[in-house]
Write a protein that binds this ligand. Structure first.
Ligand SMILES: [Mn+2]
Length: 246
């Protein structure tokens, strides 16, 4: 029997008619701080949903808690570059991973490592969420094409595994747009929401909204929750913090 693995690289969500939808930046094993941000926003797990730009683990102290969070029916992450290390744990550059905060994984038992990898393999590369004002796209780092339809097609029907790997890696790793201050935006979306690059405050380039305000950096960053209906953030402005990270 030939085993086939059905992987959904793009996940679509219908509009939330009962509650609010939020997106949050990189979490990196700081789920207690994330919960505090949700509490401050009055997040209601009965009706609200939280979409995550990924990078759920590495660096922070609560990486193992991710399994509990993945079980929450209202929590919907895409796959970040750190999450992809977990998926490829037996073949990836472990030295580089540990250097970037991945030592927690080495401390897991083999069967636990397998379980983490299996669950992370289910994380989509891209999420799309319908809202009253139009479609919102979510990837970890960037959409490497001028149109969302093209990204969807490349992820759902790749012409080769090599091409798919390139596209996925751009989605998870690229800082080109923010570094080059590109404002062309993405066709076919109301907004694209990304993380990956820590910023002092959220930044909007064209219709691309960068929301990683380094909630995982104690005293230097904070979690921004982006309301996908209003595109307003909670908090609305950068709070007073112990240190500035630049
Ligand atoms: Mn990242």
């Amino acid at each position: 029997m030939i085993e086939t693995i059905e992987v959904s690289r793009v996940k679509r969500f219908a509009a939330n008619t009962a509650g609010r939808d939020f997106a949050v930046g990189d979490i990196h094993g700081h789920f207690t701080r994330l919960q505090a941000a949700l509490d401050a926003a009055g997040f209601d797990p009965a009706v609200d949903r939280l979409f995550s730009v990924g990078d759920l683990v590495d660096r922070g102290p609560e990486c193992r808690d991710v399994i509990d969070w993945l079980a929450k029916p209202w929590f919907h992450p895409v796959r970040g570059n750190h999450d992809d290390y977990v998926v490829r744990f037996d073949t990836c550059d472990t030295e580089n991973w540990v250097y970037n905060g991945g030592s927690w994984f080495a401390g897991l038992a083999w069967d636990e490592q397998r379980e983490f990898a299996a669950q992370f393999a289910d994380l989509p590369i891209a999420i799309e969420v319908e809202t009253a004002q139009g479609l919102i796209g979510i990837v970890h780092a960037d959409c490497p094409f001028p149109s969302w339809d093209q990204l969807r097609a490349e992820l759902e029907s790749p012409e080769s595994n090599k091409r798919l790997r390139l596209v996925q890696n751009s989605c998870m790793w690229s800082r080109r747009r923010i570094e080059q201050n590109e404002t062309e935006g993405i066709e076919g979306l109301r907004a694209l929401v990304v993380g990956h690059t820590p910023l002092r405050s959220p930044a909007t380039l064209g219709n691309v909204i960068h929301i990683d305000t380094a909630g995982w950096m104690p005293d230097r960053g904070y979690f921004t929750l982006l309301d996908l209906d209003t595109l307003e953030t909670i908090p609305a402005t950068r709070p007073a913090l112990t240190h500035d990270f630049d």
